[in-house]
Design a protein around this ligand. Sequence first.
Ligand code: IPM
Ligand code: MG
Length: 362
Amino acid sequence: MHATITLLPGDGIGPEVVREGVKVLKAVGAKFGHTFEFNEALAGGIAIDQTGSPLPDESLAACQRADAVLLGAVGGPKWSDPKAPVRPEQGLLKLRKELGLFANIRPVKIYPALADASTLKREVVEKVDMIIVRELTGGLYFGQPQGRQDNAQGRAAVDTMYYTEAEIGRLMRISFDLARQRRKKLTSVDKANVLASSRLWREVAHEVAAEYPDVEYEDILVDACSMYLIRRPADFDVIATENMFGDILSDEASMLAGSMGMLPSASLGEKKTSAGGQFGLYEPIHGSAPDIAGKGIANPLATILSVAMLLRTSLNLSRETEAVEAAVEAVLAAGHRSPDLAGRDQPMVGTKEMGDLVVAHL
Ligand code: IPM
Ligand code: MG
């Protein structure tokens, strides 16, 4: 098959890990007879530096033309002055909104070889296999009014958590569909004891749940959920939640896997690709890690696993996906560790070496 993939390497370690993702895609193409055409575009701080905008129109257009987008990371101390008029993160939010990517899929799975890499006990984490489905284009991130509202009392600011039933309903349906393909359990997370938007969330969630009688359904308050994620994480199958709750819970859940450097994500909407898959944006869940940028020590596996998600979801290539996932598992089982995963006295491999090892195991 022929597919077009837009690359947004972004800032910090973004370019380093995307390079390894591309390396793996090229190897998959060679092995299975596909041609992937790559177009690189600017996003984030680097885009601000070069064009003044965190997401120039031509970058957005390049994403709209592609079958899938692979993003590294955006942001860094250079652009994080709270008074700055433009911020790299605005580019990412605009991308999600403009591309209609309302569902962010964040799988958290523990590789057997890494069950001791977590700060939690092996017996707590070893059976963890969950997916967090985070609503991505609504809630506090986009609700209006938003911004400074200085007044006679002094400085003030507002953010708004706003949801429509349509936004909640489509997110719940994607989540239930996923649960159906897995262990058939769905946990909806809200703060319905305090927030009106959460009470609507729960009302709509129950209506959609009635359409999926074969899926076990529960509601949990977000504070309790953050506790259960540490106490009994293996009980979760699919977690569906609003934007900000999902942002926080998914970072928490990433620690179950030992390192954020292991976790991929897919952001999906309703658009289909020429391959009959779903158009999507794929990115590691870690950030730009400016402290280690340029040192060649970042773990590229989250990006490589994001590439695996891209192959399955946007390009409908299951065998290829399984090959990449199996290669990652084999590399870990053989004992190779990037610095974020290495225990004391364990030998470490760098970013490029890790990418080469995955290709070698394909
Ligand atoms: C994430 C990140 C982003 C978010 C930032 C970089 C805007 O934390 O993808 O989880 O908050 O959504
Ligand atoms: Mg986050």
